[in-house]
Every structure is written in C-alpha cells, then in structure tokens.
Design a protein around this ligand. Structure first.
Ligand SMILES: Nc1ncnc2c1ncn2[C@@H]1O[C@H](COP(=O)(O)OP(=O)(O)OP(=O)(O)O)[C@@H](O)[C@H]1O
Length: 230
C-alpha cells in the first residue's frame, strides 16, 4: 500500500497548501486525483512521489514508514516510485540524449549493466525510434519528450507510479498512447497508480476510482482552503 495519512505540506510551514489530507492506494489500483488549478494536487503528488517532505503526517510505503526525509525520502524508498510531471522540459536534463535520459535512474542506482536491455524494451513500448533516442530534448517535440520521461519513470520497474498532469500538454492520440503504456505496465507489474489532473472525463475513464480534493481532506475542505494562497 501507499498510504498518506493526515498530510500537511507546502512551501511555507505557516501557510501550507495541503492540509490534513489522507489518501491510500492499493497495489494494482489506479486512483485519479481531481481538483481545481492551484489547490495543491501537485504538492500532494510530490509527497506521494517521496520528493517533497511533508510538514506533518505520515507516509507509509509497502508497510514501512518513510523516515529520514531531507528534501525527499531516502533513495532506497524513492526508487520504488516512478513519477512523470506535466512539463517534460522542466524535468529533463537538456544535455542528455533521450537514450541517456531514460537510462539516468539505472546509472544513478549503479545498474549500468541493465541499460542496453531496458532501453531496448522500453523505447518501442513508448513509441520512440532508435533515431529519436539519439536526439536531445530541444530536438524533439513535447510529446516525444514526454514519451521518454514516461520510459524513464518505468525504467526501475517501480511498484508505484505518479502521473502528475502527464498528458496536459499533449494531443488526444499521444494522450491515448501514453495512458495505454501506463495501463499495460500496471497490468503486467501490479503497480499502483496515482494520476493527477483536472480532466474529469479522462481520469474517470482511466482510473478505478477518482477522488476530489474534498474527498481526500481530513477536514471538510472549504473553497478557501482549496484556493491558491498567493
Ligand atoms: N515550489 C513552490 N514554491 C512556492 N509555492 C509553490 C511552489 N509550488 C507550488 N506552489 C504554490 O502552491 C500552491 C499549490 O500548487 P500546486 O502546484 O500543488 O497546485 P495544483 O493543484 O497542482 O495546480 P495545477 O492544477 O495548476 O497544476 C499554489 O498556490 C502554488 O503557487
């Protein structure tokens, strides 16, 4: 299970953007997190991805409480969670080819020996040709770069996957293709998924269940507490 309990998080402890929110995802389950822009979905997604330390509350991953946070959780637990963000250009190192980008987590965890095989498996699965793999981010489209970012998120075979507005910048056919890749991975691996967005139709079609911001907040969220604080 990926269990977030009574999470308070944000960027200023005196004025958190997520207050007292709880959310549990079972292995193999897909959960859509819906909410208006600025309500704190991405912040909660970063906590679920073990990239952002909550100010209060607990995160339990596969039965083990996450401890020893710095900005994020310790690497041993973090690598169990793959994450894809909305804007691939912000999360992709512009100096790397798409091949290197996909392989990055394997290199970072000392698993270089697996690079050739994993890239050869994942590139066709996400729809990237050998020629595209040699290009750098500024030489490909947003959709092609997002395909590489999805492959990078899957390269360590995570047990949990967080897709934060993964398809927000993409056209309908690329959206369908990437959702199909995630679903194939989920079926094959039994991974749990948190898909964040504001496209209710997409998330309701994609996920086993969807939760709105009010559904995950420990207190009954008021419109004020859902709004951007700035
Ligand atoms: N790194 C940051 N530093 C300071 N404030 C931030 C940071 N990231 C987000 N915020 C603020 O936190 C609030 C919630 O942002 P967040 O991105 O979590 O919302 P969201 O629901 O995912 O929005 P969207 O749907 O527009 O992506 C906003 O007021 C935003 O300005």
């Amino acid at each position: 299970m990926l269990e977030l309990t009574r999470i308070t998080a944000g960027y200023d402890p005196r004025d958190p953007v997520v207050r007292d929110a709880s959310l549990t995802i079972a292995p193999g389950e897909s959960v859509g997190l819906l909410g208006p822009s600025g309500c704190g979905k991405s912040t909660l997604a970063k906590v679920a991805a073990l990239l952002h330390r909550p100010d209060a509350g607990t995160v339990v991953l596969d039965g083990r409480p996450v401890r020893g946070w710095r900005h994020g959780a310790p690497r041993a637990q973090r690598t169990a969670v793959g994450v894809v963000f909305q804007q691939p250009r912000l999360s992709a190192d512009p100096r790397l080819s798409l091949r290197e980008l996909i392989a990055q987590p394997l290199r970072a965890t000392g698993r270089r020996a697996e690079v050739t095989d994993r890239v050869a498996e994942l590139a066709p699965a996400v729809g990237l040709t050998a020629e595209l793999l040699n290009r750098r981010p500024h030489e490909v489209s947003d959709g092609q770069l997002q395909r590489a970012c999805l492959a990078r998120a899957l390269v360590l075979r995570p047990r949990w996957l967080i897709c934060d507005e993964m398809t927000a910048m993409l056209d309908a056919s690329t959206t369908a293709a990437l959702v199909a890749v995630v679903e194939a991975y989920r079926r094959e691996s039994g991974a749990g998924l948190l898909a964040v967005g504001h496209d209710r139709v997409l998330l309701e079609r994609w996920c086993d269940r969807t939760v709105g911001w009010q559904g995950i907040s420990g207190r009954v969220a008021t419109q004020e507490s859902m709004s951007p604080t700035g």
